[in-house]
Write a protein that binds this ligand. Structure first.
Ligand SMILES: *Cc1c(COP(=O)(O)O)cnc(C)c1O
Length: 383
């Protein structure tokens, strides 16, 4: 088995597992962080340390971060929370067709509740043209949500440029950074970003923990989605999961150390893989090598059916379209929005590389992909 599905989830770094085990069982660490006794205070200190580690990774201060269960919850809290908080100022919202379901579904829910949502299409290279955004913004626009790195194609959006346009117009800007947090440099205090979603399990941390960044700026606020014990300034109550948070903090600390070297490694692997397959006829890169995060390469082979290709690639763990859509036979809506035909969208394979990926694994993947595409084309010659 060769795992090339790091955009879906990643193995947890052993140092992170160790930090979590200690946080769950060591004397004192397991106390409820809301408790005022010394053990509770200690557990709370572990959480404060983790907040510092995550804040350092993304260039902000710890008090700007709200712990959540992951990027799905952060996206929901940001979008539903900001839209309802600002509802009386206007009910127009803007996002893209290529966003993750955790963003498109909250917007669809808001549309049912009487908000108006403008869905922007990407340019052919997958990026959002700033002129397109400019003309979509209105006086009653309250919120724009455009992700940093796309989970299916790896396309990197110009979040600084998008955020600047939003600031000029007094519109809040939310970024889903599930695929970029810990992998690309992010300096929140310097970026015109108001809300940002993060999740640990996409960068070698545990599942079930993430964060939402809320900028310290007038008018930036979210209404809570949960109600209870009043933790986290009532924005997201519930007993804080100390071990999950400690795990995310450790994950962030490692990422801060390793980011440059990780990026270099991914670039080497992605370029090696592409060099090994690019001479096959009829290959299409879905997205852009130039504007793409190097951990993801999404390719379609004309005339090859996706499900058969996936079977033929058996020892490789890869994704067709996005993992979230792969159980359905529907072609990926993200690839369709990029202008691909149903056939090409269905033939798409997402290869995603990670910290543990070796050049030998990439070479095996090259050989398997070449063999599979060639064989399937011989079986079913293009009409
Ligand atoms: C994985 C992912 C999510 C969902 O994150 P969870 O932490 O699994 O809820 C949201 N957006 C993007 C872009 C993702 O890649």
């Amino acid at each position: 088995m060769i795992y090339l599905d790091y955009a879906a989830s990643t193995p947890v770094d052993p140092a992170v597992i160790e930090s979590m085990a200690v946080a769950m069982a060591a004397p004192g660490n397991y106390a409820n962080p809301s408790s005022t006794h010394s053990e509770g205070r200690y557990s709370n200190e572990l959480i404060a340390r983790a907040a510092g580690q995550l804040a350092e990774l993304v260039g902000t201060s710890p008090d700007r971060l709200i712990w959540t269960s992951g990027a799905t919850e952060s996206d929901n809290l940001a979008i539903l929370g900001a839209a309802t908080y600002r509802e009386d100022r206007g009910r127009h919202l803007v996002s893209m067709r290529t966003e993750h379901k955790a963003v498109t579904d909250p917007f669809a829910t808001l549309a049912q509740r009487g908000f108006e949502v403008t869905w922007l299409d990407p340019d052919p290279d997958g990026r959002l043209g700033l002129d397109k955004l400019q003309s979509a913004l209105r006086d009653d626009t309250q919120l724009v949500s455009v992700m940093h790195v796309n989970n299916e194609t790896g396309i990197v959006q110009d979040i600084a440029g998008i955020g600047e346009l939003c600031r000029e117009r007094g519109v809040l800007y939310h970024v889903d950074a599930a695929q970029s947090c810990g992998k690309l440099p992010i300096d929140l205090d310097a970026l015109p970003v108001d809300l940002m979603s993060m999740t640990a399990h996409k960068f070698y941390g545990p599942k079930g923990i993430g964060a939402l960044y809320i900028a310290d700026r007038k008018g930036v606020h979210v209404d809570p989605m949960l109600f209870g014990g009043g933790q986290q300034r009532r924005l997201r109550p519930g007993t804080l999961p100390t071990q999950q948070i400690v795990g995310l903090g450790e994950t962030a600390a490692i990422a801060t150390q390793r980011m440059a070297q990780d990026l270099e490694h991914l670039r080497t692997l992605r370029d090696r893989f592409w060099a090994g397959i690019q001479d096959l006829p009829g290959l299409i890169v879905n997205g852009s090598l130039e504007h793409g995060f190097p951990g993801i390469l999404n390719v379609s082979a004309a005339g090859v059916e996706g499900e058969s290709l996936l079977l033929a690639l058996e020892p490789l763990c890869v994704a067709t379209g996005s993992a979230c859509n792969s159980k359905s036979q529907e072609p990926s809506y993200v690839l369709r929005a990029l202008g691909l035909s149903d056939e090409l969208a269905q033939a798409a394979i997402r290869f995603s590389f990670g910290r543990p990926t070796t050049e030998a694994e990439v070479d095996t993947a090259i050989a398997l992909y070449r063999g599979a595409v060639t064989r399937l084309r011989q079986l079913a010659p293009a009409a």
